[in-house]
Design a protein around this ligand. Structure first.
Ligand code: DGL
Length: 277
């Protein structure tokens, strides 16, 4: 048993899409989340920049005594997983891409045409494609970068025509020309527009890595006898800029729960502050 929290991080609020799945599957687990809302998006930045940001955040989580780090960001998982594992060998570090790639490879689809949408960095890294092909060489894999999705989602522009038009702009040709039957949401922000995508492309099967990672978390914790039991740790959500959407999303996640969560401001360059919800 290990009652220390699990550390999650993302460039912003996207990684929060894993949290409801974690709370449902493993209600005893507690968490410290860091969203780098001041420096989002990561997905169009240089790899060296993403690495330096990620190192800073992982170092903070390790100092906060988390028992595991979950990289709730495809962009960071694609570029920094090995580096972070080398830097912090004492702690299990999970990337979000591999479990989703395995799930996609196991899925037998009618045309075997799978699409991946993600940030520029994730798509250019080719990580999904090479992992999926290594698990199943019979799939046709197509990829599309959709760089405008994250800034719109961080701004809360979701349930409206601008988002629908942006989805069609990036995805219409991609889905139809490649006769896709399945698409992987290769960015943790995208589950927030899953309903839009389902409405626009009702025949498409959607793979959501934010839900799949939870099984992997459970397997690793179970395998190391590190599951929590009756922990009294209070979940903490840090953001490097306390945007309204970040706070609203946490409110939303916890509105039906008998749980408390602290939301805190933490910018590595500026002073710290607290806020209770
Ligand atoms: N949520 C992130 C991902 O999964 C990062 C998006 C971004 O900051 O560009 O890739």
């Amino acid at each position: 048993m290990d009652n220390r929290p699990i550390g999650f991080f993302d460039s912003g609020l996207g990684g929060l899409t894993c949290i409801p799945y974690l709370m449902k599957a493993m209600p005893d687990e507690k968490m410290i989340y860091f969203g780098d809302t001041a420096r989002t998006p990561y997905g169009s930045k240089a790899t060296s920049t993403i690495r330096s940001f990620s190192m800073e955040i992982a170092d903070f989580l390790v100092r906060s005594n988390v028992k595991m780090i979950v990289i709730a960001c495809n962009t960071v998982s694609a570029t920094c997983l090995d580096m972070l594992r080398e830097r912090f060998p004492q702690i299990p570090i999970l990337g979000i891409i591999d479990p989703a790639a395995r799930a996609a490879a196991d899925k037998c689809t009618s045309e075997n045409n799978i699409g991946i949408i993600g940030t520029k960095v994730t798509i250019n890294s080719g990580t999904y494609k090479s992992l999926i092909s290594s698990y199943n060489e019979n799939l046709n894999i197509y990829e599309a970068a959709c760089p405008a999705f994250v800034p719109l989602i961080e701004e809360g522009i979701i349930d409206n025509e601008i988002m629908d038009l942006t989805i069609k702009y990036y995805m219409n040709d991609f889905v139809h020309k490649n006769r896709l039957d399945t698409v992987i949401l290769g960015c943790t922000h995208y589950p927030l527009i899953k309903k839009n995508i389902e409405r626009i492309y009702p025949d498409l099967d959607i793979i959501n890595p934010s839900s799949i990672i939870v099984n992997k978390i459970r397997d690793v914790l179970e395998g190391r006898d590190m599951l929590a039991e009756n922990s009294d740790f209070e979940n903490i959500f840090y953001a490097s800029d306390l945007s309204e959407n970040f706070v609203n999303m946490i409110d939303h996640i916890f509105e039906d729960e008998n749980e408390d969560a602290k939301v805190k401001f933490l910018n590595f360059d500026i002073e710290n502050g607290d806020r209770h919800i």
